[in-house]
Design a binder for this molecule. Structure first.
Ligand SMILES: *Cc1c(COP(=O)(O)O)cnc(C)c1O
Length: 372
């Protein structure tokens, strides 16, 4: 029997608060009553817990995931004319962070799992290349052994854009901990979402850690003396307190995301017009956290409005263009695989507010679209 029509929005913003409302209300009250707003204990505690969780030696809370990338690039010494290779299938912030550090963003192709294409990375290396910046997209990591090998052979740094990757693992090591530094975003719709903008940088290198602490707070050292040019990019103490309590539930949230991915897998895998992301548990080396559930769909441009008519929110990300396709940025290159992929790419609902019935309803509608 067909399920009756229901609304399945792509993302449920109020849920970011409601899921843990009571605990969050208490934390907000507590922070506000203490007047503990900037660089206070809650931030320090969150940084410790985040470092512990990820396996990095240090975590630094910053204003957002984009600043996290800019600060990481600056601290890593990316500067004037330095080329940094990244996958064009990413958020503009990846490339912008290279640009704002003074470097040259070099976009390359992705692979069928939507991670950076290692062969394309190799081909893009020049005498000016300084770093590789893989985007750990959709809550999955690239094959980091293969990437580390390329970096090592060519004397390059790895700086991870793990904005979408908190908790994702490759060979039991977490996204954000493979290179010199890795960055996380706490944008509300991210897997660990704050109530506004927020971000963090992970590193196990003490020297770069000290440098990044200066960069996020006006270049001031612990005595308040300015010893470098810096930014105002601190993670609000209030956001840190909220994130700290959400981090305690994070493994549960990830578990739920993987359950949803499994439901999609078993109900959509027989549709020949779709390419699904790798199923949870299907690969030994990978543990994906499913920030997004990105499919490639034949007739995507008809499927999306069909889902909309049936109450389902699906999203074409990056306005349907990968980074090198934004004409005004003047990349003037072609990346044929990526350009074909993005025409079929569609994000279907993936978040912890979804019930099994919601997910099954989405599957039923997609099946009916393809006459399955
Ligand atoms: C969200 C995101 C960012 C930027 O994070 P903000 O916190 O929004 O600044 C960077 N890269 C990727 C891949 C992202 O998804």
């Amino acid at each position: 029997m067909l399920a009756s029509k229901r609304e399945v929005p792509f993302f449920n913003y109020p849920h970011v608060y409601k899921q843990y409302k009571e605990e969050i209300d208490k934390a907000i009250n507590d922070v506000c009553n203490r007047g503990a707003f900037i660089l206070q204990n809650d931030l320090e505690e969150f940084e410790k817990n985040l470092a512990n969780y990820s396996g990095a030696k240090y975590a630094i809370g910053v204003a957002n995931g984009t600043d996290a990338l800019i600060i990481a690039n600056r601290a890593a010494g990316i500067g004037e004319g330095d080329e940094v290779i990244f996958s064009s299938h990413t958020y503009i912030a990846t490339a912008a962070s290279i640009y704002f550090a003074g470097g040259v963003p070099v976009p390359v192709e992705c692979k069928a799992d939507h991670m950076i294409d290692h062969e394309a990375v190799k081909k893009a290396i020049t005498s000016k290349t300084k770093a590789i910046m893989p985007t750990q997209l959709n809550g999955r990591t690239s094959d980091m052994d293969a990437l580390a090998k390329i970096a090592k052979e060519n004397g390059l740094l790895i700086i991870e854009d793990a904005a979408q990757g908190l908790g994702a693992k490759f060979n039991d090591k977490q996204a954000g901990t493979f290179g010199l530094a890795g960055t996380i975003s706490f944008y509300p719709a991210k897997t660990l979402g704050s109530f506004g903008d927020g971000g963090a940088i992970l590193t196990s290198d003490e020297e770069i850690y000290e440098e990044m602490l200066l960069l996020r707070d006006h270049g001031r050292n612990s005595d308040g003396l300015v010893v470098a040019w810096g930014l105002n990019s601190r993670l609000d103490n209030l956001q840190a307190a909220i994130l700290n309590l959400k981090l305690k539930h994070y493994d549960n949230d990830v578990k739920r995301r993987r359950e949803i991915a499994s439901i999609y897998q078993s109900n959509l895998e027989n549709i020949s017009e779709l390419l699904l992301p790798p199923a949870p548990g299907s690969e030994e080396n990978y543990f994906d956290v499913f920030q997004n559930y990105e499919i490639e769909a034949t007739n995507r441009d008809e499927l999306k409005p069909f889902l909309r008519e049936n109450g389902i929110g699906a999203i074409i990300q990056w306005a349907g263009k990968t980074v090198h396709q934004f004409k005004d940025l003047n990349f003037n290159i072609n990346l044929p695989y990526t350009e074909q992929m993005i025409k079929k790419s569609l994000l279907i609902p993936m978040n912890t507010s979804l019930t099994d019935e919601d997910v099954l309803y989405v599957c039923e509608k997609i099946n009916s679209f393809y006459n399955n």
